[in-house]
Write a protein that binds this ligand. Structure first.
Ligand SMILES: CC(C)(COP(=O)(O)OP(=O)(O)OC[C@H]1O[C@@H](n2cnc3c(N)ncnc32)[C@H](O)[C@@H]1OP(=O)(O)O)[C@@H](O)C(=O)NCCC(=O)NCCS
Length: 275
């Protein structure tokens, strides 16, 4: 994994006027251990970008936090990078959930929705923390809320301009029109912006691509209306969407079911998080 990622800064971009984005948190990951979250999840969504650039001893420590099922899954990946991404992703997820709940990271229990969305499932008196995560080659982005469904997606900003035409069919009519009105050179970036918004929305409601991406019109944010695929109903819900980007060019979006809420980006300082 390349060496530049830890120094990238993440932001909600453009910063929506109605949303306050907190300063990056200059906190070392060692400070998470044995402490309980600071309570601000009551009134904020927290986003945690975590670099995948990890020392071998830290990867081992993270792996040791996983359940046997998770370790087996990590071992089944053919690619070493995929196995590493999964193990680091789950290890950090356990650490962060441990911080929020006061439960030891190894004791965190997950259950899975019909389409595979992981959920916190420890019994008895545990706060209703909802979360989602997304990986690229260099980053994992986590989103945490209290009691509100959330989805997040990040992608490396490397979509080829010549590929856009092949993917237009996955866009809603309004999105397609907007992209076709753009000059060559600007279309791939706009496509990626729409794509991460769509994935974030679909991940927020946990249904993956059970809803076709062209049915999710994200051409006008922050509010996206989604039709839930419930048998025999036409239930619509409103999802609040915010674009994310890093100084290194990674793009993303997060989606929160219901209305808006302040966001805090909790980025570790680069020199403090290799514990
Ligand atoms: C959810 C999904 C869109 C993510 O795809 P992706 O862009 O390749 O991967 P990302 O890195 O952004 O996200 C992966 C993470 O999302 C989470 N996730 C998995 N399934 C999810 C779902 N249904 N909803 C929300 N989040 C999900 C997991 O935490 C996963 O990481 P982990 O396995 O390391 O824990 C994709 O896996 C999917 O569509 N799953 C649903 C399967 C499905 O519906 N199939 C039917 C097709 S008709």
């Amino acid at each position: 994994m390349s060496g530049r990622s830890q120094h990238e800064i993440w932001a909600a971009n453009p910063k929506p006027a109605s949303i306050s984005v907190g300063e990056p948190l200059q906190m070392g990951s060692a400070e998470l251990t044995g402490r309980r979250g600071d309570g601000s999840l009551q009134s904020e969504v927290h986003l945690w970008p975590v670099s995948l650039q990890r020392s071998a001893p830290e990867v081992e420590r993270l792996r040791s936090l996983l359940s046997s099922d998770e370790r087996n899954r990590a071992d089944r990946y053919h690619s070493r990078d995929d196995a590493l991404r999964y193990a680091v992703g789950r290890g950090w997820l356990r650490r962060l959930l441990g911080w929020y709940t006061g439960i030891s990271p190894r004791e965190i229990v997950f259950s899975y929705g019909r389409r595979g969305k992981p959920e916190l499932s420890n019994p008895g008196g545990v706060p209703d923390i909802r979360f989602n995560l997304s990986h690229t080659r260099e980053w994992i982005m986590y989103a945490f809320t209290l009691g509100r469904d959330v989805g997040v997606d990040i992608e490396s900003d490397a979509f080829a301009e010549e590929s856009v035409d092949n993917y237009l069919r996955f866009l809603a009519p309004a999105e397609r029109e907007q992209i076709q009105s753009l000059a060559q050179g600007q279309r791939a970036r706009q496509f990626l912006t729409y794509w991460v918004r769509k994935e974030a929305c679909l991940k927020a409601i946990g249904c993956g691509f059970a809803i076709s991406p062209e049915e999710v019109d994200v051409s006008s944010i922050p509010t996206v209306s989604l039709c839930l695929p419930l048998e025999g109903t036409e239930k619509r819900i409103s999802v609040h969407v915010v674009d994310l980007s890093s100084t290194g060019g990674t793009r993303g979006a997060f989606a929160l079911v219901g209305g808006e809420m302040p966001i805090r980006m909790r980025q570790f300082s680069p020199h403090q998080d290799q514990r």
